[in-house]
Design a protein around this ligand. Structure first.
Ligand code: ATP
Length: 769
């Protein structure tokens, strides 16, 4: 009996197919989970299409309706659980015709595709052909006009799942940061053995047309040289590389790291392979050289926090895009720019991506670099300055060279060292003098005469990029609270001729710059340019949506939660109440909540009350009663350390256990300082380098100006950060007055507040009153 397509759903609701296609990427499962649950929450019917386009072409059981429980625990699974395949049949029209018929037979009228540029090209072609495919199905009597009629408009939404980070228009593709994490971890490990034996390593990383992984691994690991497809080295690259490697060795470096992207070539498109590079290092420079090809381990496995968050937010946004689409809306692809999720026309993004490969083919490398995001060129520039030989033409004029004080204030956070390293590199390249002010303001006040103020040389700073903690020491003490006071700080600045100040740290650093800025009226030595680069796991510094160290913290936290959850996989009915750091800001709790699929988050912004606990216990009862034993482990509630003075983490766990009455139990966990993480995440290292660099450029723009000119310019005391979709400097005076909630030590407007709704939607938690 012929299969009849089901009638379309009521109103705007859709049957949404979701598939993963092309190479697998970490985070794809998180995207599928978000699409499925968001679709259900919006009254739609989600369908998983197994094995990519192959499933669409085969139809039948390869297209399956998905239920809420089907995607439980998927956020922490690597690869793609609904499979992926390269499908030759879909490249041909008959394959696509069959795919269209199969979709209609299931009543599916929207498709969310998570894949690389090939998959998205296929998707766009499918949508553009859709009307003619419908006609052909009727013509060939595969389906009747009546059957086809409700399906005349197909909605397609793209999600970019690819470890290469090669799609134009988005800063990050789902999976890229996890892959970069694997590469950096491998390089960190090779580093130890290379240093021990004074060896050189040539590391091949993925990327046929895209050098993102290679460049960012270079930035995040402080590699000596990188080879990228879109920015090939000059004609005599052998000379160039030898000069740089020799210079680094002469400076005292005991190891050499060279990163080669899979698609690397010279400016004549002659491939540069790891073997060619190895032979050069071994034969010409006489270095004991080994090749490491990372291969498929770069596919990453379990997704890092950022990819889980990205996949979740984008999956949810894809469903919104489906529901908002009209027949005239061009198919969108969901992107992220800095911190903002946005939609772009899919085909434009794919075309621009493909034109990078085309530009490389015709050796127009300038165009290839130009087609990459602006950020890519900025990272490249920062990388080149930190590694290349000092060039006399790069030096600042003698009268514009400054002594730049570098100080860390507050608790340690991942990326503090990398930021300072970038600042040192910039100073040295431009002829400025970087001066370490050790152990924050207490160190400066009490021990400046005992070596706490010293000039930093490159060998000292070179290895800082991958180090956690703070190499120059950090302290929470504020200048006004020290025995020497602001007057003493001014005197010390004067004594050591500090002409610019680069401060890295959290809310205390922000406060310290504020104090110094206000004291400029009294002390001439403080009329110098100052920049604060926010670095704190709490991410509570006004003037930015992102602080260094917060990404490292999130990774540590999801690792902790994954382990907790797994420990419950045998007993199942267990709720973990996990206490996160964050001070009076619920950022870490909330983003971790999105990334692990928490049942609920308790933040200081909302507080905790008895009604809320009772509401959540009811929800727990209800959801455990539905649990048929196929759960991916326990459930997690994240409670920020300052969410309530009364309802402590332990007390909440006790209440839940008591109320569970044996049907479910509860435990509490406090990861504490574990949240500072070990080595900083690649994102924290990269952004540290970029922001450290930018900060130096900003400080340098005041070189040669009079103290009065500096003091009267609001930008001379500034905070650097991400605001919306931009990296920018904001004047401290304005941020302090308008954007700061001083009492709670957090920004007045916290951009992430709306994410709590997403957590609730995806956990099924009814909105508390
Ligand atoms: P990755 O970045 O991991 O390579 P990708 O999505 O670019 O991912 P591809 O192998 O290029 O991977 O594409 C995946 C599938 O998408 C193909 O096997 C094919 O079924 C479909 N596809 C790709 N390009 C086209 C096209 N031009 N027309 C129709 N279908 C296509």
């Amino acid at each position: 009996m012929p299969v009849e397509p089901p009638p379309p759903l009521q109103g705007k609701q859709r049957r949404i197919g979701v598939m993963t296609s092309g190479g697998d990427a970490p985070g794809m499962n998180g995207a599928v989970r978000a699409v499925v649950r968001m679709a259900l929450a919006k009254g739609c019917e989600p369908y998983a299409i197994y094995e990519g386009y192959e499933g669409l072409v085969q139809g039948g059981d390869m297209i399956r309706a998905m239920k809420w429980e089907d995607v439980r625990g998927w956020l922490s699974e690597g690869g793609t659980l609904i499979g992926t395949a390269r499908c030759a049949a879909f490249r041909e029209r008959p394959g696509r015709l069959q795919a269209a018929k199969n979709m209609i037979l299931k009543g599916i009228d929207a498709l969310v595709i998570c894949g690389g540029d090939g998959s998205l090209t296929g998707a766009d072609l499918f949508r553009s052909e859709w009307p003619s495919l419908m006609d052909e199905l009727v013509e060939k009597k595969e389906l009747t006009e009546d059957q086809v009629k409700p399906f005349r408009h197909l909605n397609i939404v793209g999600l970019v799942g690819s470890i290469d980070n090669d799609l134009a228009g988005t800063d990050a593709t789902i999976g890229a940061y996890t892959s970069l994490g694997v590469i950096c971890e491998a390089i960190d490990k090779l580093d130890s053995t290379a240093t021990s034996h004074q060896r050189a390593f040539v590391i091949e990383v993925m990327g046929r047309h895209c050098g993102w992984l290679a460049l960012m691994a270079g930035v995040a690991s402080g590699a000596d040289f990188v080879f990228l497809p879109e920015k090939p080295p000059g004609e005599n690259w052998e000379e160039e590389m030898s000069k740089i490697v020799t210079k680094h060795r002469d400076e005292g470096k005991r190891k050499t790291m060279v990163i080669v992207a899979e698609g690397a070539h010279d400016s004549n498109l002659k491939p540069i392979t790891p073997t060619i590079v190895k032979d050069l290092l071994a034969n010409k420079l006489k270095l004991d050289t080994r090749i490491t090809t990372l291969g498929h381990v770069q596919r990453g496995g379990e997704a890092c926090a950022y990819d889980r968050m990205l996949a979740t937010q984008q999956g949810a946004e894809a469903v919104n895009a489906v529901l908002e689409a009209t027949p005239d809306t061009p198919s969108p692809v969901i992107c992220i720019v800095e911190n903002k999720i946005c939609r772009r026309p899919l085909m434009e993004a794919v075309k621009q991506t493909q034109s990078v490969a085309d530009a490389i083919k015709v050796k127009d490398f300038e165009k290839a670099m130009g087609l990459r995001d602006h950020e890519f060129a900025e990272y490249h520039n920062a990388y080149i300055t930190t590694t290349s030989a000092k060039l006399p033409e790069n030096l600042a004029p003698v009268d514009k060279r400054m002594r730049v004080g570098i100080i860390h204030v507050g608790a340690p956070a991942g990326g503090m060292n990398a930021a300072s390293r970038a600042a040192v590199a910039y100073c040295l390249a431009r002829g400025h003098t970087p001066v370490a002010l050790m152990n924050g303001f207490p160190g400066l006040c009490r021990h400046h005469a005992d070596g706490a103020v010293h000039e930093i040389n490159w060998l000292e700073a070179e290895s800082w990029v991958s180090k956690g903690g703070s190499e120059i020491g950090t302290n929470r003490g504020l200048p006004a609270d020290e025995a020497c006071g602001l007057e003493g700080v001014a005197k010390i600045f004067d004594q050591y001729k500090i002409q610019a100040l680069f401060m890295v740290g959290g809310f205390e650093a922000f406060t310290a710059v504020s104090q110094l800025r206000k004291a400029r009226d009294y002390y001439a030595a403080l009329r110098i340019p100052m920049t604060v680069l926010p670095a704190t796991v709490s991410n509570n510094v006004p003037g930015t949506e992102y602080s260094l160290g917060s990404d490292t913290c999130l990774n540590a936290l999801i690792q902790y939660c994954d382990v907790m959850r797994q420990s419950a996989s045998a007993s199942r009915r267990r709720v973990f109440v996990v206490e996160t750091q964050g001070g009076a800001s619920g950022y870490i709790a909330t983003i971790a909540g999105v990334s692990i699929g928490a049942l609920a988050v308790y933040t200081p912004e909302k507080g905790i009350n008895l009604k809320m606990l009772s509401h959540d216990i009811d929800f727990l009862r209800q959801s455990f009663s539905k649990d048929k034993g196929n759960s991916g482990g326990g459930k997690i509630i994240l409670r920020n350390e300052k969410a309530s003075e009364t309802y402590s983490t332990e007390l909440i766990a006790d209440i839940i256990r008591e109320e569970g009455k044996g049907r479910f139990e509860s435990r509490h966990g406090v990861p504490g300082h574990f949240q500072q993480g070990g080595k900083p995440s690649p994102m924290d290292r990269m952004r540290a380098t970029r922001f450290g660099f930018r900060s130096m450029q900003h400080l340098e723009s005041f070189a040669g100006k009079s103290p009065e000119e500096i003091a009267s310019d609001p930008m001379s005391a500034a905070v650097i950060g991400i605001v919306g979709a931009k990296v920018k400097f904001s004047p401290m005076a304005k941020v302090e007055a308008e954007d700061t909630d001083w009492k709670n030590r957090r920004p007045k407007n916290e951009f992430w507040l709306g994410l709590e709704d997403l957590i609730n939607t995806l956990s099924g938690r009814p909105k508390p009153e």
